[in-house]
Write a protein that binds this ligand. Structure first.
Ligand SMILES: O=C(O)c1ccccc1N[C@@H]1O[C@H](COP(=O)(O)O)[C@@H](O)[C@H]1O
Length: 211
């Protein structure tokens, strides 16, 4: 049975990270973007990461950060994957000797096939909603039918996911993974254990239905 992976993004507290893992999360996201209500410093993230058990991916999210900033975070945080959520070009994304996924915001004129070709070195493409002036964490979804089923990349779906639409997301586009942030929070930056559990249960049920 294929299992849709789940990343819980915007972790700011160790207790939320551990609750996400208990709920069955595959990956945890740390937002290194000062304008986000979920922003953490490298020191905060390193402290949380030091409390985690093995076999959970730690993902660092950046929005148009400089190479020095990304490199600085990598020195103190053991990240498994970089998530570039701004206008970073392919050469920049590939420059850190750490696997990366590139977020693409699904503006109406987005040519997904062309974008996928230019980010051929990406481990995955993360498809998020487009909202002018907001790089991510919008809480809004987009038309999932716009995602072709035959893209070569692993697809991680994001944007406005919640416990009550997670199953539909899996069934509609069969992504490799889902990335959720606001939809499993009780307040900005504070996760809700019950919502995370409901979210991951909904994904598991949808996976079983798909077989
Ligand atoms: O979470 C944020 O604050 C954030 C800020 C800037 C860029 C991306 C951000 N989060 C990512 O946005 C998507 C969708 O989030 P949501 O579930 O709609 O709240 C997701 O990939 C987050 O990792």
């Amino acid at each position: 049975m294929f299992r849709t992976r789940v990343k819980i993004c915007g972790i700011t507290r160790a207790e939320d990270a551990l609750a996400a893992i208990d709920a069955g999360a595959d990956a945890l996201g740390f937002v290194f973007y000062a304008k986000s209500p979920r922003a953490v410093s490298a020191a905060q993230a390193a402290d949380i990461i030091a409390q985690l058990p093995p076999f959970v991916s730690k993902v660092g999210l950046f929005v148009n950060a400089s190479a020095e900033e990304v490199g600085g975070v990598l020195k103190s945080c053991a990240l498994d994957l970089l998530q570039f959520h701004g206008d970073e070009l392919p050469d920049f994304c590939a420059a850190f000797a750490v696997p990366y996924m590139k977020a693409l915001r699904m503006r109406d004129d987005m040519d997904l096939v062309a974008a996928a070709n230019s980010y051929s070195s990406a481990s995955a493409l993360l498809l998020d909603s487009y909202k002018p002036g907001v790089p991510g964490g919008t809480g809004e979804s987009f038309d999932w039918h716009r995602i072709p089923r035959d893209l070569d990349h692993h697809i991680v779906l994001a944007g406005g996911l919640r416990p009550d639409n997670a199953a539909a997301a899996v069934v509609t586009c069969g992504p490799y993974g889902l990335d959720v942030s606001g939809g499993v929070e009780q307040a900005p930056g504070i996760k809700c254990a019950q919502k995370m559990t409901e979210f991951i249960k909904a994904v598991s049920h949808a996976d079983r239905r798909e077989d």
